[in-house]
Design a protein around this ligand. Structure first.
Ligand code: PXP
Length: 240
């Protein structure tokens, strides 16, 4: 079955709005795991706008499933990852002024620091996933860069404004998933997925993991975090 990794960044966003200690993403991670998540995803951003270093340290000790650390390919972040040793590192592009991660990584044009960092992470036994647009050039470059996984950016699919655009974006994801599998990369996907558009994404060929954050944390405000996780898991079970 497709694994569900839940991104709990926005629990920390609410905490940081007041700069106090609640709600604690560590508590959220425990509840999300009890509700059936297969992994916990967190993004330590350069500006520490939601997840902070303290969360990363404590979560490394408390997560019982798998810890997926999203981060930019910078010297600072590679050093943190090599110290903390998450199960998976997902490299993402990062801009200070963006509201959320905007596009996929440019692996094809990646700088030396990225290749060196990937080799160091893999040498330390950390699985490396690259968050990329569903694009053939980026997939081939990801394979060459030494990644084990790619996470296909589903943002354009999620933001499609009409059914033709939706079908076109879905087909791009299908082709990208086929190619990534052919290149021996594990196929993951995420960004902008919710209780409506995830159903079709579950039909992507070779899909192994989903990373979903905002929609689950949003729903949790109204129905509670356990129910929000279980409802998403049911969508995945029904469509896997
Ligand atoms: N995957 C990656 C690489 C991301 O950067 C994000 C957002 O932090 C997500 C998945 C989750 O996206 P969303 O919050 O829209 O579900």
């Amino acid at each position: 079955m497709i694994a569900l990794h839940i991104n709990i960044d926005h629990v920390a966003t609410v905490r940081q709005a007041r700069q106090i200690s609640e709600p604690d993403p560590v508590t959220a991670a425990g509840l999300v795991e009890l509700a059936g998540a297969d992994g916990i995803t967190i993004h330590l951003r350069e500006d520490r706008r939601h997840i902070i270093d303290r969360d990363v340290r404590i979560l490394r000790e408390t997560i019982q499933t798998r810890m997926n650390l999203e981060m930019a390919a910078t010297a600072e972040m590679f050093a943190i990852a090599l110290d903390i040793r998450p199960d998976i590192v997902t490299l993402v592009p990062e801009k200070r002024e963006e509201v959320t991660t905007e596009g996929g990584l440019d692996i094809a044009g990646a700088a030396e620091i990225m290749h060196k960092g990937i080799a160091q992470l893999r040498g330390a036994g950390i699985r490396v996933s690259l968050f990329i647009d569903p694009d053939a050039e980026q997939i081939k470059a990801s394979q060459k860069a030494g990644a084990e996984d790619v996470e296909l950016h589903t943002g354009c699919y999620a933001n499609a404004e009409n059914s033709e655009e939706l079908d076109r974006e879905y087909q791009r994801l299908v082709s990208a998933a086929e190619l990534a599998h052919q290149e021996k990369l594990q196929v993951n996907a995420g960004h902008g997925l919710n209780y409506i558009n995830t159903q079709r994404i579950c039909g992507l060929p070779h899909l192994r993991e989903l990373n979903i954050g905002h929609s689950i944390v949003s729903r949790a405000i109204f129905v509670g975090i356990s129910q929000a996780v279980q409802e998403m898991r049911e969508i995945i079970i029904r469509n896997s």
